[in-house]
Ligand binder design. Structure first.
Ligand SMILES: Cc1cc2nc3c(=O)[nH]c(=O)nc-3n(C[C@H](O)[C@H](O)[C@H](O)COP(=O)(O)O)c2cc1C
Length: 234
């Protein structure tokens, strides 16, 4: 797959089929992950794959509880805002993310594969997230969808350590839980706030010097059709 296609179309793909991901595909995903940089090349990371129905069965209720709590606490103002003004673009976008996130919670046990990322003495996760993103990009190249989630580690860290047998006294931090599976939906370019609106040059708030009105890939503003793209960004 062309690099830019992976960069632009690796979205949070939470709705996936239960079909298993072959071990050779998993090996390529993990091998790409460990090529990533880490501070001082310490590689103080562990990737714990979960595909066992019994283990998923113990984690699923924890995941659902964590997501339920999220809607009632951190995201409560956004839930209320979306209910008050359902037609605004912001509300519609939030409702889409909420439905998709809820789907993952409701179908946790049917997702074929999870990858838990653990970083040692690194509570920020700065030294493992490049590897996690490498894994997600490599999965994209294999046609495997993924979604990075943090909610389980935030709400139920100790319970997850217990279920997975992670040593509690060796400085390991749970960075994330990534779901993997073959998507039920279509790949697309991620809509985001434009680069020039979130970038400055030489000083806070100073214009960056260019404007990007629309995604610069696929080249010449062509609509993205999965599998049809050749060549890089213009
Ligand atoms: C640090 C981090 C934590 C996240 N945690 C969760 C999570 O707990 N549950 C979830 O469903 N998605 C989670 N996400 C996924 C984001 O919701 C997703 O990347 C964002 O909505 C953009 O989605 P898109 O690429 O499909 O546009 C997380 C993403 C990041 C980067």
């Amino acid at each position: 797959m062309e690099l830019h296609e992976a960069l632009y179309t690796t979205r949070a793909m939470r709705r996936v089929k239960p079909d298993p991901i072959p071990f050779d595909v998993q090996a390529r995903i993990l091998d790409a992950a460990v090529r990533a940089p880490s501070g001082g090349n310490s590689q103080s990371w562990r990737f714990l794959l979960v595909d066992d129905p019994g283990v998923k069965g113990r984690l699923g209720p924890l995941y659902r509880e964590a997501v339920d709590a999220l809607w009632k606490t951190l995201y409560a103002p956004r839930v209320a805002a979306a209910e008050a003004d359902p037609d605004s673009a912001q509300s519609r976008s939030f409702v889409r993310v909420r439905r998709s996130s809820q789907w993952l919670a409701d179908h946790f046990e049917q997702v074929p594969l999870f990858m838990f990322g653990f970083a040692r003495h690194d509570p920020t996760g700065g030294s493992i997230f490049p590897a996690v993103w490498n894994a997600m990009l490599a999965a994209r190249a294999e046609g495997v969808g993924s979604a990075l989630t943090a909610v389980l580690g935030i709400a139920h860290r100790d319970a997850v350590f217990e279920v997975l047998g992670v040593p509690a006294d060796q400085g390991w931090h749970m960075a994330c839980c990534v779901s993997f599976g073959y998507p039920t939906g279509k790949w697309g370019v991620a809509p985001r706030t434009s680069a020039h609106e979130v970038a400055y040059r030489n000083g806070w708030g100073e214009p960056v010097g260019f404007e990007v009105a629309a995604p610069l890939w696929p080249a010449d503003g062509a609509a993205y059709v999965p599998g049809s793209v050749e060549g890089g960004a213009r």
